[in-house]
Design a protein around this ligand. Structure first.
Ligand code: NAD
Length: 398
């Protein structure tokens, strides 16, 4: 295979005092901060949406250079802060560990960039609310990848539930179960509260579940009673392991764990529906088992992320499988069905559709269902409520 030229690192101080004009009509120039699992996915989706991958930055200049070569970016930046302030970047995608999200998003907005910031948007509600205000002041587009919204059958469920044809939502249940941290030998930067924030499992994947429940129903979780569980009070110290990678060796060195492995909760919504949820990163055999079931007055509707081509629709008279078929779906689901029925659409397609809609918003369009910083802040409120409830042992209003 032909070897690529080494990529030069931009390490001059590029911080400017006023926002640079943003390129909305020409090809967008995109920077990606953090190039692990999801940074790689963002870079791919940005390209597919027609953007130029102009810059990449990770934890060190060397790693930035390696990532720029791997992803085919024009330039490697020595630090994510320099990328956030660079004059010739229109959109910053923030894909670093959580503790850097808010600071980088604020810096990028200050420098006139549009921002796509990974969840959790911020560690804490105050920071998240400040970012909403900063995004509004800047007039830039600011989105958060709650990408499961972009499964066409999720839009179909949303249209049917909100359209009223299934009747009032009475009960909501489900969860998000994984197993990649199911052993005390598993570790990741997310385990460390300094890097990931005080909530782990809930902030990482419970946030997606709650966003999806509220997106589908149009209702809001108004109060909850949660318990957290940390199955392993100590884990092997392998903090540099990337998400879903298995560390070599079983790590003789151990470190104390303060973040939760699992959350179970009862909740009620603003309109009076009752619900239960279970979130876990220690459920053997479960990979990305995000599942939501709504019992409405006339029918039940269930979505499972690992079977994204179908919805289950249950009635007393019988059950039905609704397929992701552009020919039969409603308008909004049909818009997102990018391949014919029978060719499965999945997670990466959700990302592509989310990024394409974020860029459409930059061009002045108003795509339906685009998750913004307001949704990121909403999630921060839910995370705080879960931690407060687990701490007090009682119900907490959200
Ligand atoms: N929306 C989704 O579906 C989804 C899925 C996975 C991850 N995420 C989010 O994306 C973020 C990254 O997760 P991941 O799974 O890709 O993690 P990862 O460990 O695979 O990658 C993290 C990247 O950040 C870089 N990094 C570490 N410290 C840094 C620093 N100080 N400055 C700059 N870069 C640094 C690492 O070098 C690596 O490239 C997290 O916030 C996570 O919550 C979202």
């Amino acid at each position: 295979m032909e070897e690529r030229e080494p990529v030069a690192t931009r390490d001059e101080n590029t911080v400017t005092s006023s926002p640079a004009p943003v390129n909305t009509l020409a090809q967008l120039r995109v920077g990606v901060a953090g190039a692990g699992f999801i940074g790689t996915v963002h870079a791919r989706s940005a390209r597919l949406a027609g953007a130029t991958l102009a810059g990449v930055a990770t934890s060190t200049p060397e790693r930035s250079r390696e990532a720029a070569v791997r992803l085919g970016a024009e330039e490697a930046y020595a630090t994510p802060e320099q990328l956030a302030a660079a004059e010739d970047i229109d959109v910053l995608h923030i894909c670093t560990p959580n503790h850097l999200h808010a600071e980088l998003a604020a810096l990028a907005l200050e420098h006139g960039k549009h921002v796509v910031c990974e969840k959790p948007l911020a560690v804490g509600t105050a920071q998240a609310e400040e970012l909403i205000a900063a995004a509004a002041r800047s007039g830039r587009v600011a989105t958060v990848p709650f990408v499961y919204r972009f499964h066409p059958v999720v839009r179909e469920a949303r249209a049917r539930v909100r359209g009223g044809e299934l009747g009032a939502v009475r009960l909501i249940h489900g969860g998000y179960l994984q197993d990649w941290l199911a052993s005390a030998d598993d570790d990741n930067w997310r385990v460390d509260a300094e890097l990931g924030g005080p909530s782990r499992a809930f902030a990482d994947i419970g946030s997606h579940w709650c966003d999806l429940v509220e997106f589908i129903t149009g209702d809001r979780i108004a109060a909850l009673c949660a318990q957290t569980s940390t199955v392993f009070p100590e884990r092997a110290a392998h903090a540099n392991v990337r998400a879903f990678e298995t560390a070599a060796g079983n790590g003789a060195e151990r470190r104390a764990v303060t973040t939760e492995d699992a959350v179970t909760a009862l909740f009620r919504t603003a309109s009076g529906a009752h619900g239960t949820l279970i979130i876990s990163q220690v459920s053997p055999g479960r990979k990305n088992h995000l599942h939501i079931e709504n019992a409405c007055a006339e029918a039940g509707v269930r979505f499972e992320q690992e079977r994204p081509e179908t919805l289950w629709l249950g009635r007393r008279e019988g059950t039905e499988t609704v397929w992701r078929d552009p020919g039969t779906l409603g308008a909004e689901a049909g818009r997102l069905a990018v391949v014919p029925a029978g060719h499965p659409q999945g997670y990466l397609d959700c990302f592509d559709l989310f990024v394409a809609d974020s860029y459409a918003a930059i061009r002045g369009e108003a795509p339906e269902g685009l998750p913004t910083f307001a949704d990121g802040a909403r999630s921060a409120h839910l995370i705080d409520a879960v931690l407060a409830s687990a701490g007090s042992g009682g119900w907490v209003e959200v």
